[in-house]
Structure formats: C-alpha cells, structure tokens
Write a protein that binds this ligand. Structure first.
Ligand code: PGA
Length: 252
C-alpha cells in the first residue's frame, strides 16, 4: 500500500524567524502522525536553518528548484549537490510558477530531474494543465506530453525516486479546487501513463500528489481518492495549524 505524502511548498514566503517557528511547529505536530510522510520546502536561504530545527523529527526537507549543472558560472542558481549539503532529501521541479513564470520547458526539466537524481535527491515533478487547456478538452494530452517529454527518458530505477504532483494550474492559489471526479480522473490517467512508460511495478508504487488550493476542509475528500497519494500544499502550508490538519486528514 502506498504511503500518503504531504509536502508544504512555502514559495517566496517566510522570514528566517518565521521559517524556524513554522518548521518547529510542523515537526512537533507531524511526530504524532508517523504513518504520513511529511516534507517542507522553504526558500533556499532558510534551508540549513530549517534542517537544524527539524533534527530528530521525521519531517523531510526539500528545495523548490535547482539547476541542471553540477557547478559553474550560473549567477543566482543553486546546484543539486548544494541542496543535498543543506540537508534536502527532495526538490520540487516543474512547478507551474516556473514553467509558466520562468519559461522552463519539459526538456530543461528532464535535465534538471536527471541532475537532481544523480546528486541523490528525490524529485517532486509537477505537471498540470492551464484552464484554457482544460476547457478545450486537452487535459490528458497536456499531461501526456509533460510526462513523455519530462520523465519518459528516465530509467525505471530513476523513476522510482520521482514523486509526481498533479497540479491543475487553474487551481493553484485561486481557491478553486478540482472536484473529486476531476482529480481522480487525472490521477488515474497519470498512473496509466506511468504504467505504459515504466511498467506495473513503478506505476503501482509511484506517489501522485494533488496540488491546487488544498485546505484543511477539502483535504480529506481528495486524499482518499484511489489514485491520490498526498498533496503539494502552498498557501495552507504557511500556517502550522492548517498544514497539520491536512497531514491528519491523510490518515486512513
Ligand atoms: P496552493 O499552491 O495550495 O496555494 O494552491 C499549491 C502549489 O503551488 O503547489
């Protein structure tokens, strides 16, 4: 049976003090729910401090992005090994705010994913359709393309270290959440694609998080759909109470 995995994407929010306090509260609360995997993904400058706060807790640390080169003259970028050094187990790649805000393509994301895996990170690889794409009936075509170009080039061993996050772009930060039917249909489609590309064992094991306006009051319904294995949480991850309520909602 697949575990549930709840990850908090803090985006470009929190101060150093706020990040420490939030991490401490998440660590304290998550310790009481050991059956749920929990991660927090703070801004780069706070990673090491947050790692210190999380010491001894089961909460995992993730970065929000990385470069595909191991080092070099790339002003403002962060190498995968730097995230490992800072204490990260995970990195989020392909978030819609990077695909659509920073022009990241599937080809770049495949390079980033390979580099992150080579450095020993696990990857939370985000996919999802725009509102216009959903309305045009293109949701499955968009997801298929993102998977074919973004992860199909990985080996099965590499794919075993990838978590997928289905995040309909129209639901991110908007308060509009996918209906249970929409979420389950998309997740089942994504798992079917993984089955086609990587076979039964990888498809049955891959964790597929839902993301987009997950809150304490809608989490329980989403998290217990057959193909939903957790959540990637933005806004509601910035307060320990709301984030921990989502973690608790993941318990069967
Ligand atoms: P949201 O963000 O929960 O604020 O909609 C989700 C995400 O961007 O991962």
């Amino acid at each position: 049976m697949r575990p549930k995995f709840i990850a908090g994407n803090w985006k470009m929010y929190t101060s150093l003090t706020g990040a420490r306090d939030l991490a401490a509260a998440v660590a304290a609360g998550a310790s009481a729910v050991p059956e749920v995997m929990v991660a927090v993904c703070p801004p780069f400058p706070w990673l090491n401090a947050v790692k210190g706060v999380l010491a001894g807790s089961p909460v995992l640390l993730g970065g929000q992005n990385c470069h595909f080169e191991t080092e070099g003259a790339f002003t403002g970028e962060v190498a995968p090994a730097m995230l490992v050094d800072a204490g990260c187990e995970y990195v989020i790649l392909g978030h819609s705010e990077r695909r659509h805000g920073m022009g990241e393509t599937n080809a770049v994301l495949l390079k980033k994913t390979r580099a992150a895996l080579a450095a020993g990170l696990k990857v939370i690889f985000c996919i999802g359709e725009l509102l216009a794409e959903r309305e045009a009936g293109q949701t499955e075509a968009v997801l298929a393309k993102q998977l074919r170009e973004g992860v199909a080039g990985l080996t099965p061993d590499q794919m075993a270290n990838v978590v997928l996050a289905y995040e309909p772009v129209w639901a991110i930060g908007t308060g509009k959440v996918a209906t249970p039917d929409q979420a389950q249909a998309a997740h089942a489609f994504v798992r079917g694609m993984v089955r086609t590309l990587f076979g039964d064992a990888i498809a049955n094991g891959v964790l597929i998080q839902y993301g987009g306006s997950v809150k304490a009051d809608n989490a329980a319904t989403l998290l217990h759909l057959p193909d939903v294995d957790g959540a990637l949480v933005g806004g509601a991850s910035l307060k320990a109470d709301s984030f921990l309520a989502i973690v608790k909602a993941a318990v069967r």
